[in-house]
Write a protein that binds this ligand. Structure first.
Ligand SMILES: Nc1ncnc2c1ncn2[C@@H]1O[C@H](COP(=O)(O)OP(=O)(O)OP(=O)(O)O)[C@@H](O)[C@H]1O
Length: 260
């Protein structure tokens, strides 16, 4: 296995406050890395570093074939009156952008990406009239037309219902297996991530841990990361994470996903 992404001692601070502190990890080619952590723990900052949108103050970032990065952002607001068709929206991801004189090959690439993401049946619909889940599949298709070797996804399932979340994650995993691409997938849903990820990078404001799902999703590891007692409970096939020292016990139990 070769390493597709390697970070060594990456440090990023904003206004004197460290957001990424001595972050060191690598992702092997073809691997699925799930990235989870509370709000403000630096997940999007890490994505921006990987996309070369942000230069760390210290440390090194090595990406094999950086031109082969594909990126799927968090769901964004799209004006309901946007007339652009789903197909043309996906075409915007082509390396030379959408042009009226697209070649037959371009059109085939777009059709293939839409088939892979199960979005062909609304290819001619205006993007403004589509649901959040339908749009997220188009963002994924738009990233795929670049034929990425590494796919970065920043909470691509936020605001989607559990069924739509599962669809996005399983399509990503299927494409990874078929094309052998490397996936870095940010999500707040540890159960969703656990079903697909080879490894988890769990980030908190002060620390991080990386390893296999079973190694990371342990009470001792999360307690260490959060600096307070945290209990990881197995409930059937799901994990529940309970922050023991909060005042309201019921509210402290955080179910990361609905049942499968
Ligand atoms: N350009 C910036 N200038 C100043 N502070 C920033 C900037 N970008 C991010 N931050 C701060 O860095 C911290 C990490 O932000 P980041 O968006 O990476 O977190 P996150 O883990 O993606 O959070 P969320 O789960 O809410 O999306 C936050 O405290 C944020 O306010």
């Amino acid at each position: 296995m070769t390493e597709a992404v390697t970070l060594k001692n990456v440090n990023v601070s904003f206004d004197g406050k460290w957001v990424l502190r001595n972050l060191t990890f690598s992702v092997e080619s073809g691997e699925f890395l799930g990235i989870i952590g509370p709000n403000g723990s630096g997940k999007t900052t890490l994505m921006r570093v990987l996309l070369s949108m942000l230069k760390p103050q210290e440390g090194s970032v090595d990406i094999v074939n950086a031109s082969g990065l594909g990126y799927v952002p968090q769901s964004r607001h799209i004006d309901p009156e946007t007339p652009l068709s789903a197909r043309n929206f996906v075409s915007l991801g082509l390396p030379h952008k959408f042009r009226p004189w697209q070649t037959r090959k371009d059109r085939l690439i777009v059709e293939e990406a839409m088939e892979l993401t199960n979005s062909s049946n609304y290819a001619d619909k205006p993007i403004g009239k589509l649901s959040g889940g339908q749009r997220q599949r188009l963002f994924l298709a738009q990233a795929l037309v670049k034929n990425p070797q590494i796919l970065l996804l920043d909470e691509p399932t936020s605001n989607l219902d559990p069924g739509a979340q599962e669809t996005i994650a399983s399509v990503v995993d299927q494409i990874r297996r078929e094309r052998g691409i490397t996936v870095l997938f940010v999500s707040h849903d540890v159960n969703l991530i656990s079903r697909y990820a080879d490894k988890i990078l769990y980030m908190t404001q002060d620390s991080y841990a990386i390893g296999a799902v079973d190694e990371i999703m342990q009470s001792s590891v999360l307690s260490n990361l959060y600096g307070m007692p945290v209990e990881v409970v197995h409930a059937g096939s799901n994990l529940l994470v309970s922050f023991a020292n909060t005042k309201e016990t019921a509210a402290s139990i955080c179910v990361h996903s609905a049942a499968e």
